[in-house]
Ligand binder design. Structure first.
Ligand code: MTE
Length: 319
């Protein structure tokens, strides 16, 4: 059965550190005091600006822990090791190249097989569907991982608002194509724009969110601002950044990675330690900041929440 994010959070109460049961506001206050001075923290370079315009301390990462007891990566780590090929294929070069990329205002067009097509601004979406905190593991297909506290809302809420018609079976995601600002788009070996897709029931699972923020603040450009998809049980490349189009369709959409290397990147792309990438093992991963590798979990540890989606399917065949 489909279990929602709340079912994960119940387990978390047993391992909740002090920072999590203090109210968020109290925690931010005590974290800022511990850091020395509120003003200092707020003025530090890279401080996260919150959706309501206030400023959070630069590195509030120790406030967060996932339901398995993994501490979140620091804001510094999450914003300085990124995959974003529209800028560069070097994960440590994205932050610098994306520094001036404008993420607000941002529009996303939701259309196709729906009764109520509409172009939304991200501000509008944040008002319609109040963002909630989701602390998720992100497992890149390359074998590294992060734990990230997102702010976002279930994609299902947006889909409910636009009302998919009975013909819709899949959702196609298209991301921004801005060659003047994104130097990586000059690399014509990739079939731009970046595209991804989900089956409609995957899109409607409670764990699938559209993120508009992280670490209690705005979503930095290098992490996919103005708005990105986050699908935590799939390899990170499914979680497309900088979405501009969400289209309801009646076919399995093409995806950028599948188009380039169909035998390496399947449509499903579920995290699966038992199915190796043709060129490397997927059994283990390295959390950014760690030296040792850890075991990769089936569906990235979300099997109870999403296993029902793939009942009866051959997961080696449908990689
Ligand atoms: N989205 C776009 N538009 N372009 C990309 O190159 N890379 C993907 C995904 N989304 C990518 C993208 C990959 S491979 C990963 S692992 C995650 O973004 C990384 O997200 P992060 O940098 O926020 O950790």
């Amino acid at each position: 059965m489909d279990k929602d994010y709340q079912s994960l959070k119940i387990d978390r109460s047993e391992i909740t550190p002090k920072s999590l049961y203090l109210s968020r506001r109290d925690f931010m206050r005590s974290a800022a005091l511990a850091a020395g001075a509120v003003a200092l923290a707020a003025c530090a370079p890279g401080a996260a600006k919150s959706i309501d315009g206030s400023t959070a301390p630069t590195d509030p990462s120790n406030a967060y822990m996932d339901e398995l007891g993994n501490p979140a990566n620091s804001f510094q780590q999450t914003t300085n090791y990124n995959n974003y090929y529209e800028f560069t294929t070097n994960p440590q070069g994205v932050a610098r190249l994306a520094a001036n990329f404008p993420t607000s205002p941002w529009d996303v067009n939701v259309y196709g097989l729906v009764n109520n097509p509409k172009t939304f601004t991200v501000d509008e979406l944040n008002q319609l569907f109040t963002p909630e905190e989701r602390i998720y593991r992100m497992r890149c297909v390359e074998g590294w991982s992060l734990v990230i506290p997102w702010l976002g809302f279930p994609l299902s809420k947006l889909l409910e608002a636009v009302e998919p018609t009975s013909e819709a079976t899949h959702v196609r995601f298209e991301t921004v194509f801005a060659p003047d600002e994104m130097p990586g788009l000059k690399n014509l070996s990739y079939p731009w724009p970046y595209q991804e897709g989900l089956r409609l029931d995957e899109a409607n699972n409670d764990l699938t969110i559209l993120a508009t923020g992280m670490y209690g603040g705005e979503l930095p450009a290098q992490n996919g601002g103005g708005i990105r998809l986050v699908v935590p049980w799939k390899y990170g490349f499914k979680s497309a950044k900088a979405l501009v189009k969400i289209e309801l369709v009646d076919y399995q959409p093409d995806t950028l990675w599948n188009a380039i290397a169909p035998n390496e990147y399947g449509f499903y792309s579920n995290v699966n330690p038992n199915v190796d990438h043709p060129r490397w093992s997927q059994a283990t991963e390295r959390r950014i900041g760690d030296t040792d590798r850890r075991l990769t979990l089936m569906f990235n540890g979300y099997e109870d929440q999403v296993g029902y989606l793939y009942e009866g399917m051959d997961l080696k065949e449908n990689y």
